[in-house]
Design a protein around this ligand. Structure first.
Ligand SMILES: O=c1[nH]c(=O)c2[nH]c(=O)[nH]c2[nH]1
Length: 286
């Protein structure tokens, strides 16, 4: 039996960069968390400790800051592509670059230079750049939504451990993590993002839900129906359970008014919705 080195990658994770753009007294803020991972001809460093092919992770971090200064930061998709292509094009040993970016939004309060952090929601991008193959996946995480009616759950399988009561009126709440794959690496990223997010929200609100699984499919479908530049949507939806509180001990009815918001455990509903002509890109979400 021989022991061999398997797949590997390395890079600087979670470089936090804030870029201020000044237009007179009016400022714009870009606040990112950038993770770079490179792979390629890296056998020697693992097998013998020869670092000749290793561009230090410290350099990768510096490159993020230098590019933010030199090129500014437009969309995270374009910034990711810029960085990924730079590492692949400038280093012979680097065959593949993965750049993952999270963007924290800031909204103007008043005047030109005061901002308030947008709620918990975070915009995301995942870019892969390798020999002749590039991919861009956009997304969001922690988009918290709730329907106070229009959600049922019944007709489910039962066994000797099932205690859940069927319901035809419950709260449906989740924190959406969504990622969507673009057909091309050239896009109007901001417009596409705003429209995909809006489609997810409208589908969540407008679907009379018989299960979170059904809602998931409708959300993915809506994005694909409305946005031809997108060919695959992956969703991860924690079911943020809201349980009706028994108020009988206090002599009161509870007609779907008072709930206990449980934080764990939670159901986790995950799925992929894609067009049947989606080009294969097995690594795009890695
Ligand atoms: O929408 C739901 N899907 C489930 O699979 C499930 N399971 C459960 O206990 N409650 C729910 N709700």
């Amino acid at each position: 039996m021989a022991i061999v080195l398997g797949p590997n990658r390395y890079g600087k994770a979670e470089t936090r960069v804030v870029r201020v753009t000044r237009d007179g007294g009016t400022h714009r803020i870009k606040d990112l968390n950038v993770s770079v991972a490179l792979s390629g001809a890296m056998d020697e460093v693992h097998l013998t400790g020869d670092n000749a092919a290793v561009l230090p992770t410290d350099t990768q971090k510096n490159t993020v800051y230098a590019f933010a200064g030199k090129h500014g930061i437009g969309t995270i998709e374009d910034f990711g592509l810029l960085l990924a292509r730079h590492f692949v094009d400038s280093r012979q040993a680097v065959a593949h670059a993965r750049v993952e970016i999270r963007e924290y939004g800031w909204r103007r309060i008043t005047g030109g230079h005061s901002f308030v952090r947008d709620g918990g929601e975070v915009r995301t991008a995942l870019v892969h750049c390798g020999a002749g193959a590039e991919s861009v996946v956009s997304g969001l995480t922690d988009l918290v939504v709730l329907n106070s009616t229009g959600s049922e759950f019944h007709g489910f399988a039962r066994d000797e451990y099932t205690t859940l009561e069927p319901t035809d009126d419950r709260i449906l709440a989740t924190a959406v993590t969504a990622q969507w794959r673009h057909r091309s690496t050239a896009g109007a990223w901001d417009d596409s993002y705003a429209a995909a997010r809006d489609g997810l929200l409208r589908a969540f609100a407008e679907t009379h839900s018989l299960s979170l699984q059904q809602t998931l499919y409708q959300m993915g479908r809506r994005v694909l129906d409305e946005r031809t530049e997108i060919c695959e949507v992956r969703l991860s939806l924690p079911n943020k359970h809201h349980f009706l509180v028994d108020l009988e001990p206090f002599g009161m009815d509870n007609d779907n008014e008072v709930y206990l918001a449980a934080d764990r455990p939670y159901g986790l509903i995950e799925g992929t919705v894609l067009t049947d002509d989606a080009p294969a890109a097995p690594a795009a979400f890695d």
